[in-house]
Design a protein around this ligand. Sequence first.
Ligand SMILES: NC(=O)C1=CN([C@@H]2O[C@H](COP(=O)(O)OP(=O)(O)OC[C@H]3O[C@@H](n4cnc5c(N)ncnc54)[C@H](OP(=O)(O)O)[C@@H]3O)[C@@H](O)[C@H]2O)C=CC1
Ligand SMILES: O=C(O)CCC(=O)C(=O)O
Length: 272
Amino acid sequence: MGYLFGMYRKLSRSFGGAFTGKSLDFGGSVLRPEATGYGLIYFLQSMLTHQNESLSDKTVAVSGAGNVARHAAAKALEEGATVVTLSDSRGTVHAGKGLDEKHLEAVARIKADGGGLDRLADDFDDVDHYQGERPWRFDCEVALPCATENELDEDDARRLLDNGCRWLAEGANMPCTAAAVAVFQDSEVFYAPGKAANAGGVAVSGLEMSQNSRRESWSAGEVDRRLRDIMERIHRQCLEHGGDDTRPDYLTGASVAGFQRVARAMLGQGII
Ligand SMILES: NC(=O)C1=CN([C@@H]2O[C@H](COP(=O)(O)OP(=O)(O)OC[C@H]3O[C@@H](n4cnc5c(N)ncnc54)[C@H](OP(=O)(O)O)[C@@H]3O)[C@@H](O)[C@H]2O)C=CC1
Ligand SMILES: O=C(O)CCC(=O)C(=O)O
């Protein structure tokens, strides 16, 4: 991002504030790396609170081992959940008793080295590696697909239902296939689409632009407070349009809320 930002300024001779995810050395925001994963957990907590449930007693399966997955797992741990899986393009690691901070630190080191998660199982006796497998075969109450598009298909969705999954929130962009989404929507699972649940990244990019405009650098506490507020507001908007009852339809809620916001802006500015 730094190189892109530098070249953009050099060639355009202007700074329109369009580049986010910058280094803290030249206008970046604290917590931008963490934002999508943390925001996902804040959204999930709103879903659970709406059902009088808590994250602290839940078993959570996370896919991916990158930016979104690692920060979602770290925040879930901080909130007391048991995180049993991570995955990468080669396979899945499972820890029956749950992963902890030292596992996550080791994953960050392994990934920085370009290694695979099999190395985590080599280094820790309480972790098993399943080559070529996805996390969705393991028991969990909450599933957080945070790796890549189409990583969870119809068979995976049915397996998750059979294994006790009740909440699914997308950290990646469109990780569930359309057929998998149809399975969840037709079941008892509360399904939160990425357009709502993973908005924490773009939200903190927005906060980065606000800080740039005001020539300010906010503290981590300030950015985190605003991120939590934004995710709770997005959750309320989903309820407003998806049925504020015991079984809200988050897919409809997020889609209608997003569509109406864009439509109102276009009408208000005379574009349509
Ligand atoms: N970063 C952000 O702020 C945001 C990201 N997103 C979306 O979230 C997703 C993840 O982003 P991010 O964490 O930043 O990306 P990273 O590149 O940091 O991590 C991606 C992870 O997914 C794994 N992966 C890639 N392909 C596959 C596959 N076919 N099967 C299983 N695992 C796979 C990678 O494995 P390996 O380590 O082997 O390469 C890696 O662990 C993307 O869809 C992204 O668009 C959405 C909103 C914001
Ligand atoms: O940082 C942003 O503004 C967008 C991030 C995002 O949505 C993504 O990486 O998919």
